[in-house]
Design a protein around this ligand. Structure first.
Ligand code: HEM
Length: 210
């Protein structure tokens, strides 16, 4: 039997850890692209405006999402939950579309398909979550929101896997192949883990509500 108080504590620890990791990797991504000189202009084929738009709209997603999973906020301050939710949907929609463009226009051919699928899934999960909220189908809303946030966190997963690559991808010695493997693994692995947790496991246990 699960102790509900323990579940709440673990959930808060998980959300706080994701939030802190997000801040750290966001800081690193911004330093890499915007602070270091010469990373926005030629020969980079992506115009600076795309980066600024992407980051500006992605920021409310990164900061707001962990709050959305706190049940106290949802129950006691539904107005705040709805306001952050609208900012999330708007931010994620623009950030996902700009991500797909930047992936296609960028110089890394091995990343194009992976980024295209990630961005499209991020957009789809976000709009599906919003639609299910409007339809008041809250179990489906929650599941799609978890999927959407998992995709948003590609910002974290990709860089975390980069930092741990000597352990995670020690068997891929060619540098280009390793980059490509990391790019795919950064969203496929978290999405599979999440699907196992929210969908496959409940079905295996015979929970008909899923
Ligand atoms: C809330 C989540 C996200 C935040 C806060 C965020 C933030 C950023 C930042 C700060 C950059 C500039 C750093 C860099 O160029 O390496 C960036 C670039 C980029 N992001 Fe995101 N991002 C998020 C999610 C995503 C997702 C899910 C995708 C994939 C669909 C994505 C695709 C891209 C692409 C393609 C670039 C350009 C990379 C390059 O030119 O090398 N982002 N993002």
């Amino acid at each position: 039997m699960k102790n509900p108080a323990q579940v709440v504590t673990w959930k808060r620890v998980l959300l706080a850890s994701l939030f802190l990791l997000s801040l750290y990797y966001f800081y690193r991504a911004v330093s890499y692209r915007f602070v270091a000189p010469g990373r926005l202009g030629p020969p980079n084929p992506i115009g600076a405006g795309w980066y600024y738009t992407h980051v500006l709209f992605a920021l409310p997603v990164l900061l707001g999402a962990p709050l959305q999973f706190l049940s106290e906020l949802r129950h006691r301050r539904p107005v705040i939950h709805r306001a952050i939710g609208k900012a999330y949907v708007c931010g994620a929609t623009v950030a996902a579309v700009t991500a797909v463009y930047m992936g296609a226009a960028g110089p890394y051919e091995g990343s194009r398909l992976s980024i295209g699928i990630t961005g499209t899934l991020w957009l789809f999960f976000t709009l599906a979550a919003w639609r299910q909220a409007v339809n008041r189908n809250f179990p489906a809303h929650r599941a799609f929101m978890i999927r959407s946030y998992t995709m948003a966190l590609v910002l974290v997963w990709l860089r975390l896997m980069f930092d741990l690559q000597d352990y995670l991808f020690f068997y891929v010695t060619n540098e280009d192949l390793r980059d490509s493997t990391r790019e795919w693994a950064s969203w496929v692995v978290p999405l599979v883990i999440v699907e196992f947790w929210i969908s496959w496991l409940p079905q295996l246990k015979g929970d008909r509500a899923q």
